[in-house]
Design a protein around this ligand. Structure first.
Ligand SMILES: [Zn+2]
Ligand SMILES: [Zn+2]
Length: 101
């Protein structure tokens, strides 16, 4: 088939063009060692992941967003009643995504 100029784009192609790199790629990944703006990959196999590692998303949310759940500023770890959390609150991740969108 041919695509004429001005013809509507095939839905599949449009979807592909809309897919952007995950904003969490702006920080390095602590899990697989991917550098800034590089996609995550599996250590064992030479495979690239479409989604960043959860820990990377957590790091990214930590460095870019304030947490609406525990009221900390960017760069400060989330906490539950004063106890530091290993990961950020889900709401903070959401906040970071909303800000990046
Ligand atoms: Zn990774
Ligand atoms: Zn928090």
């Amino acid at each position: 088939m041919t695509i004429r100029p001005g013809a509507p784009m095939p839905e599949q192609l449009r979807h592909w063009m809309r897919a952007k790199a995950h904003p969490a790629r702006s920080v390095p990944c602590p899990v697989c060692g991917a550098g800034e703006h590089q996609p995550c990959h599996l250590k064992t196999r030479n495979r690239t992941l479409t989604e960043p590692h959860p820990q990377r998303i957590s790091d990214w949310a930590l460095s870019t967003a304030c947490c609406p759940a525990c009221q900390v500023e960017p760069g400060i770890d989330c906490h539950d009643d004063g106890w530091a959390r290993a990961t950020v609150h889900d709401r903070r991740t959401q906040e970071a995504k909303d800000t990046a969108a």
